[in-house]
Design a binder for this molecule. Structure first.
Ligand code: NAP
Length: 306
């Protein structure tokens, strides 16, 4: 069969797209790699800026979105997409690792983004043994210990605040003296008794003893002075890398790899849309991902009727 739409990815953008596609009575399927919905939201302990919810856990929000999409009859399939091509008849052919091929008139890329790596010695070798990219997943392993969070954005500050409730001491290590994070998060972190800021500082090596992290070497970017901090965990929160490889063959991405889109979420390839963190945009938040899902479906409904 030829679908009207295949949605690839089921984070907030994909789930919102599914809700809108169901309401538009499109023939569609949602392909999700991990077999679970929510994407990065699932890794978020507490969300305080999703309108209508003063405070909701990432898990609860992801579950609510999924249940909403399912209640409208959305079809979710667990599979990893290997390739996507656009054929002469203008349909998209989406091949999955389980051998299934989906044919569709339109596609929405909702594949999100992954954690960026620092690329310093010890990072790769000690991942899972004191190096983590998810404070809410791994924070409990560092109860009453000293840890560092690398980065100066919202994620770094949310992670540091979360960890400060569990750990004895948390360092926020940032390469500049100005932070990208929201002022409210920075104020909260400044008020926390056990958070110490190391600005204009970059990590240079994560060191271990018997396979577990024991210290972090850092360097002041102004003076060049090097020092070492004794700690048990390093949480890296330096931003995201878009999961756009599948689409970079068929449409334009910017130099960071984000899929170039118009404000209606259309890409340069007719019938291909991108929603959420994988696309070029000013503000990457749950609320904007959800909005993208709705906008993309509204745009492609017009495309399909043309
Ligand atoms: P981000 O805003 O891109 O911040 C990344 C931080 O890491 C920046 O401070 C950056 O420094 C630093 N950095 C990047 N590469 C580095 C390197 N190689 N070495 C050292 N430091 C490095 O990423 P994010 O915090 O993950 O947030 C991503 C998006 O999600 C943002 O739009 C954010 O607002 C949003 N978000 C929202 C919420 C929320 O609303 N609750 C929560 C989390 C994230 P520079 O500042 O010097 O570039």
């Amino acid at each position: 069969m030829t679908y009207d739409l295949v949605i690839i990815g089921s984070g907030p953008a994909g789930l919102a797209a599914a809700i809108y596609a169901a309401r538009a009575e499109l023939q569609f399927v949602v392909l999700e790699k991990a077999g679970v919905s929510g994407g990065q939201v699932l890794l978020t302990y507490e969300i305080n800026n999703y309108p209508g919810f003063k405070n909701i856990s990432g898990f609860d929000l992801a579950t609510a979105l999924r249940e909403h999409a399912e209640s409208l009859g959305s079809n979710f399939v667990s599979c990893e997409v290997n390739s996507i091509t656009r054929e002469r008849d203008k349909t998209y052919h989406i091949s999955c690792d389980n051998g299934t091929e989906y044919v569709s008139k339109a596609v929405i890329a909702c594949t999100g983004a992954d954690h960026k790596r620092l690329g310093i010695p010890g990072e790769e070798e000690l991942a899972g043994a004191g190096v983590s990219y998810c404070a809410t997943c791994d924070g409990a392993f560092f109860k009453k210990k000293t840890v560092a969070v690398i980065g100066g954005g919202d994620t770094a500050f949310e992670d540091a605040l979360y960890l400060s409730r569990l750990c004895e001491k948390v360092y926020i290590i940032h390469r500049r003296s100005l932070f990208r994070a929201a002022g409210s998060l920075v104020s909260l972190a400044r008020r926390a008794q056990n958070i110490e800021f190391l600005t204009d500082t970059v990590p240079t090596e994560i060191c271990e003893t018997d396979g577990s992290v024991t210290s972090l070497k850092v360097k002041n970017v102004n003076s060049g002075a090097e020092s070492s901090i004794d700690l048990s965990g390093v949480f890296i929160a330096i931003g995201m890398r878009p999961n756009s490889e599948l689409f970079s063959q068929i449409t334009e991405c910017n130099k960071e790899g984000f899929i170039i889109t118009s404000s209606d979420c259309s890409t340069q390839m007719p019938g291909l849309y991108a929603a959420g963190d994988v696309r070029t945009k000013d503000l990457r938040q749950i609320v904007t991902a959800v909005a993208d899902g709705a906008v993309a479906v509204s745009s492609l409904v017009k495309y399909l009727s043309d």
